[in-house]
Design a protein around this ligand. Sequence first.
Ligand code: HEC
Length: 135
Amino acid sequence: MNLMLLKNNMNKLYQITILLLLSLMFAACGVDDTTLKISKDKKAANALSLARQNGCLNCHSVGSSIIGPAWVLVSERYKSSPDAHQMLIEKVRNGGNGSWNDITGGALMPPQKRVSQEHISLIVEFILSLKHDSE
Ligand code: HEC
């Protein structure tokens, strides 16, 4: 092993040790939960900004129905259905109507084919993570 390699490995070891120590510290003072929450919020913020960039928020909002159903209602309806994630990805991609007539009066959601599968998936994951006020 040459000297450079040894140095690199030592650096890695050093980084790993620091990471380990930090996570131990976090676990010790119960920061774990908070850290999880923050990362979840970051995910939510990211999903919301994707929704904004892709025009979803022109017709939707989280808490109230505009042209499309409020996303908390969508979450409420499908949260216990195991294939909701995949089903909603398809629905968003292809658009359609008929599922929310009582709210939309039969309005059509246009297909969102320009939005990448990955982005749709992230937004749908966010929608399904929403909780109803009453919970
Ligand atoms: C032009 C308005 C409009 C835009 C833009 C729009 N939607 Fe919708 N959305 C609707 C309408 C109207 C419905 C109700 C469709 C129905 O009744 O089946 C709907 C329904 C939905 C549903 C529920 C589907 C179901 O079957 O229950 C989800 C989830 C959804 N939209 C997500 C999105 C996402 C994500 C985007 C952006 C990528 C988006 N929508 C963009 C109007 C829109």
